[in-house]
Design a protein around this ligand. Structure first.
Ligand code: KG4
Ligand code: ZN
Length: 346
C-alpha cells in the first residue's frame, strides 16, 4: 500500500492531504481564503499566492502530525503543477520540490484537472474505465471520455465562461457575495425557475461545446430591469444553465459511444439540482451515475494525492524531475480541437 502527500494551491484553497492507494484519506486540512477575496467579488491572484505561502508549510506539518507519519513514510509527494493561478501553483510546486529533495521522496507534478477527473474513483472503488465525465468548475467546463489514467479525450469545452464562473457572476449581479455557486443554489430554492425568460446559448447546436456569456448578460439585464425578484432570477438562471448542460451532454454522449458510467466532478458538481438532473439523464441512458461527495468536488488536496496514487500504479511509472515547470495552462487532451471562437481556455 502506498501513501501519498497531496498539495493543492492552484486557486483560493490551500490544502494538504495524506491518501493511501487503498482509498483511505489518512488526514486532510483545507483553508479557504473567502474572507480575503470577498471584498473584491472574485479571487485576486497576488493575495491568493501570499496566503498559500503563509499557510502551506504549517498545514503540511499538520497533516503529517494528524496521521502520525513522517515525510520519509510517504511514497510520493504530489503537488498541483497547473493549470491555475501561477503564483499559487508555484508556491505549492516549489514547496513539494523542496520537500522531495530534502526527504528523497519522489515528486509527482499533478494536473489539477486530472485531480478532478480521477476524484470520483477515490470515492467509488467500483468506478472503472472508461467513463463519460462532465468536469465543471470555476475555470473549466468540459466533457471528456476518460479511458484510463492519463488517457483523456475532450469532446466539449466552453467558448467563453466556465459554468462555475457563470454561477459566480450571477451571484455578483444579485449581490450574494463570494463564492457565488452555493449562494445562488440556496436562493434558487426560494424562486420560480420559469419566472424569468433567459436564453439557453447553443441549445441544440450539433457541436457539443458550451457558452454561458450570453446567459450572464441576460441575467444582468433581467436584474437591471427591476421586474424580477432575485430568487426568481437565481432559480431561472440555474434552470437555464441546467438545460444547457443536459443538452450539451446528450450531444457528447452520442459521440462518446457506449460507456457504463456518467460521472460529474469539479466544484459545480456540489450543486444538488445539477446532481439530480444528471442522475436522471444517466438513468435515461441506462448508465451508472457517479458523483463524489461535495467536499471532494470543490478544490481539495485528497484528489491530488489520489491522482498521485493512480500514477504510482501505472506500468513504467517515473517520478517528475525537480525542474518541472509550473503551467498556467495545461489541457488534459492537448490534441483536442479548440472550440470555434474560443478564448483559448485549457
Ligand atoms: O473546482 P473548484 O473548487 O475550483 C476550480 O477549480 O475552479 O470550483 C469552484 C467553482 C466556483 O465557481 C463555485 O461557485 C462553484 O464551483 N460551486 C458551485 C457550488 N459549489 C461550488 N456552483 C454551483 N452550485 C454549488 N453548490
Ligand atoms: Zn478545481
Amino acid at each position: 500500500m502506498a501513501v501519498v502527500l497531496g498539495i493543492e494551491s492552484s486557486c483560493d484553497e490551500t490544502a494538504a492531504a495524506l491518501v493511501t492507494s487503498s482509498r483511505e484519506i489518512l488526514s486532510e486540512r483545507i483553508a479557504s481564503q473567502d474572507e480575503h477575496h470577498a471584498p473584491y467579488g472574485g479571487v485576486v491572484p497576488e493575495i491568493a499566492a501570499r496566503a498559500h505561502a503563509e499557510r502551506l508549510a504549517p498545514m503540511i506539518e499538520g497533516v503529517l502530525a494528524d496521521a502520525g507519519l513522517a515525510l520519509a513514510d510517504c511514497d510520493a509527494i504530489a503537488a498541483t503543477a497547473g493549470p491555475g493561478l501561477i503564483g499559487g501553483v508555484m508556491v505549492g510546486l516549489v514547496s513539494a520540490k523542496a520537500l522531495a529533495m530534502a526527504s528523497e521522496v519522489p515528486l509527482l507534478a499533478i494536473n489539477h484537472l486530472e485531480g478532478h477527473a480521477l476524484s470520483p474513483r477515490l470515492a467509488d472503488p467500483e468506478l472503472g474505465f472508461p467513463y463519460a465525465l462532465l468536469l465543471v468548475s470555476g475555470g473549466h467546463c468540459q466533457i471528456l471520455r476518460v479511458d484510463g489514467v492519463g488517457r483523456y479525450r475532450r469532446l466539449a469545452t466552453t467558448i467563453d465562461d466556465a459554468l462555475g464562473e457563470a454561477f459566480d457572476k450571477t451571484a455578483k449581479i444579485l449581490g450574494l457575495g463570494f463564492p457565488g455557486g452555493p449562494a445562488v443554489e440556496r436562493l434558487a430554492k426560494e424562486g420560480d425557475p420559469a419566472a424569468v425568460p433567459l436564453p439557453r446559448p447553443l441549445l441544440r447546436s450539433p457541436e457539443p461545446h458550451f457558452s454561458f456569456a450570453g446567459l450572464k448578460s441576460a441575467v444582468l439585464r433581467a436584474h437591471e430591469s427591476g421586474r424580477y425578484e432575485p430568487a426568481d432570477i437565481a432559480a431561472s438562471f440555474q434552470q437555464a444553465a441546467l438545460d444547457c448542460v443536459l443538452d450539451r451532454l446528450r450531444v457528447s454522449l452520442d459521440a462518446i459511444g457506449r460507456v457504463p458510467a456518467l460521472v460529474v466532478a469539479g466544484g459545480v458538481a456540489a450543486n444538488a439540482s445539477i446532481r439530480s438532473a444528471l442522475e436522471a439523464l444517466a438513468k435515461e441512458r441506462d448508465m451508472r451515475f457517479v458523483a463524489p461527495p461535495p467536499a471532494l468536488c470543490t478544490d481539495n488536496a485528497a484528489m491530488i494525492a489520489w491522482a498521485g496514487c493512480e500514477r504510482l500504479t501505472l506500468p513504467g511509472f517515473a517520478p517528475d524531475p525537480l525542474d518541472f515547470t509550473a503551467r498556467p495552462r495545461w489541457p488534459l487532451d492537448p490534441g483536442a480541437e479548440p472550440a470555434r471562437g474560443a478564448g483559448v481556455k485549457a
